[in-house]
Design a protein. Structure first.
Length: 368
């Protein structure tokens, strides 16, 4: 007689247990790597989003409770390369420079970053001071592709999506499902951050044990914001000059920009930034970044002067430093970015400038 009771598969519980163990190990691994990355960012000052700098904005641990004594550096990639946090720290020991500049970043993006920090992370994340590095392209909001930051908010932000045509667009809370999708998307791009976090910790241990190794660029280059540390990309002067006028070069749009036609928007955006800072008692410093002479030569007469005049009109008595001619052409890696040694000199000059204009007395930093 055959039994009418079908025996269950004895291997199923084993497979389920194995799957549960694998999932638990995966979760624990990610948790351990996340703890390591946060330690590297918070305690070692490591810059772990080397290729996607805008993703820093979505890591709440880098902001909540971190506003006091923070000097938030914002600008385009020229500011990322030319304003070195470690050099500013030496000259401004009571401030904690935090590099937040963005590739293809614009003034509109800078406002969006501040609005995001305010709405997502609260008052404790608002920086004590803001260092704004500017160029004509940055102020003119000129780019030939979508803003990486604005695209990233839609894809990776667990808090907001963008809506409207304002400058900047409005941050609107995401639904629960959209927020969950964003968290999974952000998790999927973490491996590079995790690797750099482990490298930062290993480098810290190694240079502590053997201090002489700290002078070697390989121990710190991969975990610093600047990408163009040495050499020159466009060493051929003729090739660089051709690039500046090629049809697919963004420089064509920069040199054609008429500041007066953007007067209303530029004044509104700069004054919005100043109003944000005033609301929280933050101090603002504005620096016009160095420029290659070949780039300068292609501006039509009066255009660059109109840009500077417009900025100065908008910012009023806000401390302003013009470094347009501070560097020689040989100090540039390419058509816009200074090399590391030049960045040290730029940072020292900016550090001196901030020290000269810092508020004195108990009112300084009183916005907390």
């Amino acid at each position: 007689m055959f039994s009418s009771i079908r025996r269950s598969d004895p291997g199923l519980p084993v497979r389920c247990a194995a799957l549960a163990v694998a999932l638990a190990l995966l979760v624990l691994t990610h948790a351990g790597l996340e703890i390591s990355a946060r330690f590297a960012e918070r305690r070692l000052g490591a810059f772990l989003w080397k290729q996607q700098d805008y993703l820093r904005l979505f890591e709440g641990a880098n902001y909540v409770g971190q506003g006091r004594s923070r000097l938030l550096i914002y600008g385009p990639s020229e500011a990322r390369e030319g304003i070195l946090p470690e050099e500013l720290q030496r000259l401004l020991p009571d401030l904690r420079p935090y590099q937040h500049s963005q590739s293809i970043g614009t003034l509109e993006d800078g406002l969006l970053v501040l609005n995001y920090i305010e709405k997502a992370y609260g008052r404790s994340a608002i920086p004590e001071a803001i260092l704004l590095g500017i160029t004509p392209r940055f102020v003119g909001n000129i780019r030939l592709q979508q803003s990486p930051l604005q695209h990233g908010i839609g894809l990776y932000s667990p808090h907001f999506r963008l809506e409207g045509e304002g400058h900047p667009p409005t941050l609107v809370p995401k639904t629960g499902m959209d927020a969950l999708r964003a968290r999974f998307a952000l998790l999927g791009v973490q491996p590079d951050r995790y690797r750099r976090g482990l490298f930062a910790i290993a480098s810290g241990v190694l240079t502590t044990a053997v201090p002489s190794l700290a002078s070697h660029r390989w121990t710190w280059g991969p975990i610093r914001p600047a990408k163009y540390l040495v050499g020159r990309w466009r060493a051929d002067e003729a090739a660089t000059k051709r690039w500046l006028v090629e049809p697919d070069s963004f420089w064509r749009a920069v040199h054609a920009w008429e500041p007066e036609q953007s007067r209303e928007r530029v004044i509104e955006e700069l004054r919005s930034l100043l109003a944000f800072a005033a609301r929280y008692g933050s101090t603002v410093y504005v620096v016009n970044l160095p420029e290659l002479s070949w780039v300068s030569e292609l501006f039509r007469p009066g255009r660059y002067e109109a840009y500077l005049a417009l900025v100065k009109e908008a910012i009023g008595d806000t401390p302003f430093l013009d470094l347009r001619t501070f560097l020689a052409d040989g100090d540039f890696f390419d058509d816009a970015h200074p090399v590391w040694t030049a960045g040290i000199r730029v940072s020292h000059r900016i550090g001196e400038f901030i020290a000269e204009h810092r508020p004195r007395g108990p009112a300084a930093g009183s916005h907390r």
